[in-house]
Each structure stands twice: as structure tokens, then as C-alpha cells.
Design a protein around this ligand. Structure first.
Ligand SMILES: Nc1ncnc2c1ncn2[C@@H]1O[C@H](COP(=O)(O)OP(=O)(O)O)[C@@H](O)[C@H]1O
Ligand SMILES: [Mg+2]
Length: 254
């Protein structure tokens, strides 16, 4: 454990092996956490694992899919043994399709479709009804970058609006943020400062091998590890090693 233990703080246990240890028990409830990293760093898998761990603990969840077809998302999750279909049928999990715009045969079977994915207000409305329908405690948006990639000036206001809705409805949320391979930031000054927490996933080449690591940059309401910890992705998802620390020396940082 890191720092004083704040016993009275209400936390959401991520259930991701090793992560709750470095978070001093979990993510403080209602926090909106930016999960930032380059391509292939494990952001989507982290999001799926966080949601599924909620479902098996009796906490409902919503996943907003902006980058992949909902059918593909369910398949990707099932590869880790995370079958969400049963929870969808029970009304405990909702997948918000903000990808297909309702086009295609498979999309017609989706319950929560954002017909105009470019319309942020429509997305907020669909998200709000999904959260209320399943009484969601956990929400993942994959990714928020897609929302404002063509309109960077709106990034901060979009994240703040999401935060108001998510936190207001009592959810503890992960907003996935894409950064380029060499970028040191977390997705731009607007969004970084609006988030209650920032978790960064990295992939670095060391001695001819790619190594994965995670660092908790910020987490409002709790002490946490200030160290960079190695982690693996396995067929059971992410496994973080809280007792190990990894040193990363990057050849070039901009
Ligand atoms: N079953 C698995 N076992 C080990 N590693 C895996 C497995 N499935 C995926 N991966 C790793 O996870 C990476 C993709 O993770 P993902 O969460 O989709 O990345 P991101 O969303 O950050 O782009 C792959 O590039 C691969 O290295
Ligand atoms: Mg992804």
C-alpha cells in the first residue's frame, strides 16, 4: 500500500490483477479516469476487463464503442472468456454502438445506436439512457479521441460534458485516450486537466524487445504508487506486477 490508507473512501475495485494494489484499493467512486496510451498498449483490453470484473461483482456497466463494430467488440471480449451477451440479455450490460451509424444488418439488432456518431448531443442522450436502463456503475468510452479528432478545440468541453453526465449519474468511468507512439502527453491539455485521474499504458523497446508498463499519473482522492510497474497481457487480460518497478529510457521524447 502507498501512503496513508483512506479507509473511509468509497472505491471501485477494478479487479485487474495488481492494479488495485497500486491504487491503494481501487478507483475512488465517481472518478472519471483518462486511460492514455499509444496503439497496442492494451487500452481496449483494460476497458473490457474493468467492465467484466464489474459484471461478475454485480455492478452493471456500459461500453461506448466508437472505434469497432459492436459485433467485433463482443468477439474480442469473448476471446478472454468475457461473455457479455448473457449480461446484455439480463439488462445488466449495454453496448452503445457509436460506430456503425445504424448501417448494416448486424447494426439493426443493436439496442443502443447513435444514428449520427458525429452528433455529440445524440451520443450523450443514448449514453444517458443506456446508463439508466442498466443502472450502470461502470462506464468505458473507447475512445474519446475519436469524438474530437477532427475538432480538437471542442475536446475539453466534450470531456467536461461527459464528466458531468457520468459523475452525476454515479458512474466510475474510464475514458480511453489515444496518443501517438512518441507522445509524452495524455491526449492534450484540455482533457488531461479535466480528468479526475490519469493512467498511462506504455510499450517501449528495450534490448530488442517490447516491454509493457503502467504508471498512475494522477488519481483524485487517493494516494497511489508513483512507480512505473511492468505488466503482461495474457489470455486472461492484464496482469500488473505491483512489486516490480521498470526503468524506461527513451531514445527520443518530444
Ligand atoms: N490473448 C492475448 N495474449 C497476449 N497478448 C494479447 C492477447 N490479445 C491481445 N494481446 C496484445 O494486446 C494488444 C492489443 O491490445 P488493445 O487493448 O487492443 O490495444 P489498444 O486498444 O491500446 O490499441 C495486441 O497488440 C497484443 O500485443
Ligand atoms: Mg483499442
Amino acid at each position: 500500500m502507498w501512503g496513508d490508507d483512506e479507509v473511509s473512501i468509497d472505491r471501485i475495485q477494478t479487479g485487474i490483477p495488481g492494479l488495485d494494489e497500486i491504487l491503494n484499493g481501487g478507483i475512488p467512486r465517481r472518478n472519471v479516469v483518462l486511460l492514455s496510451g499509444g496503439p497496442g498498449t492494451g487500452k481496449s483490453i483494460f476497458g473490457y476487463q474493468y467492465l467484466y470484473n464489474g459484471l461478475i461483482r454485480g455492478q452493471s456497466g456500459v461500453l461506448v464503442a466508437l472505434e469497432e463494430h459492436p459485433v467485433q467488440v463482443r468477439l474480442s471480449m469473448a476471446q478472454f472468456g468475457w461473455n457479455v451477451t448473457v449480461y446484455e440479455e439480463k439488462g445488466r450490460f449495454a453496448l452503445v454502438d457509436a460506430f456503425t451509424a445504424g448501417i448494416g444488418e448486424a447494426a439493426k439488432r443493436e439496442k443502443y445506436v447513435v444514428k449520427a456518431p458525429d452528433d455529440f448531443q445524440m451520443l450523450i442522450d443514448v449514453l444517458r439512457s443506456a446508463i439508466k436502463d442498466v443502472d450502470a456503475e461502470r462506464v468505458v468510452v473507447d475512445s474519446v479521441t475519436t469524438l474530437y479528432i477532427t475538432k480538437p478545440a471542442l475536446a475539453r468541453s466534450m470531456v467536461l460534458q461527459l464528466k458531468k453526465v457520468l459523475s452525476g449519474l454515479g458512474c466510475t468511468s474510464i475514458l480511453i485516450s489515444q496518443v501517438s507512439v512518441t507522445e509524452r502527453g495524455f491526449g492534450g491539455p484540455g482533457v488531461e486537466h479535466a480528468a479526475d485521474g490519469i493512467i498511462r499504458l506504455d510499450l517501449d523497446e528495450m534490448s530488442g524487445e517490447l516491454k509493457r508498463s503502467i504508471i498512475i499519473w494522477k488519481m483524485r482522492g487517493t494516494a497511489h504508487s508513483m512507480k512505473r510497474h511492468p505488466f503482461d497481457i495474457t489470455d486472461k487480460g492484464l496482469i500488473i506486477k505491483p512489486e516490480e518497478v521498470i526503468m524506461v529510457t527513451r531514445r527520443r521524447e518530444e
